[in-house]
Design a protein around this ligand. Structure first.
Ligand SMILES: [Zn+2]
Length: 140
């Protein structure tokens, strides 16, 4: 398997959120997934995914998939096997996060939100069910 991932330069980068300085932080195998804590591990790919961490806002991010097409994301990540390594994405996580996000919105006086990368829209619906205006957008 040859993954079309970008290997970033190892030095400082500019944060994708706040434009502050970030540094190389960690690299993990492409096969690392959410369910490893439950014993569901995929065969290692030997394709390292490098992450940077922002000094100011704390964002941990990668540029490894920059330039990927929707077809590449569907082939390598959001394929028919995705649910096996993210078992709670369909409804458990959106329902739980809906309560958390709605509470944060209430605390901060917010009434509207757009969930970018919102998957099937369940999180936005969970937020709406708590009286907020929420929309979801996902390119996949
Ligand atoms: Zn930042």
């Amino acid at each position: 398997m040859i993954l079309p991932v970008r290997i970033p330069h190892p030095g400082p980068d500019t944060c994708k959120v706040c434009d502050s300085r970030s540094e190389a932080a960690v690299a993990v195998d492409f096969a690392k997934n959410c369910e490893e804590r439950r014993g569901i591990a995929l065969p290692r790919t030997e394709a390292p995914i490098h992450y940077h961490r922002c000094y100011d806002c704390g964002l941990l991010y990668t540029r490894a998939f920059y330039g990927w097409s929707h077809a590449e994301f569907r082939r390598w990540i959001y394929n028919d096997d995705y649910a096996a390594v993210d078992t709670v994405y369909v409804s458990v996580r959106p329902m739980a996060n809906g309560a958390t996000v709605a509470a944060l919105m209430k605390r901060n006086g917010l009434t509207r939100t757009l969930y970018y990368g919102g998957g099937n829209g369940d999180l936005a619906r969970a937020i709406e069910a708590r009286g907020f205006d929420a929309a979801s957008w996902d390119p996949m």
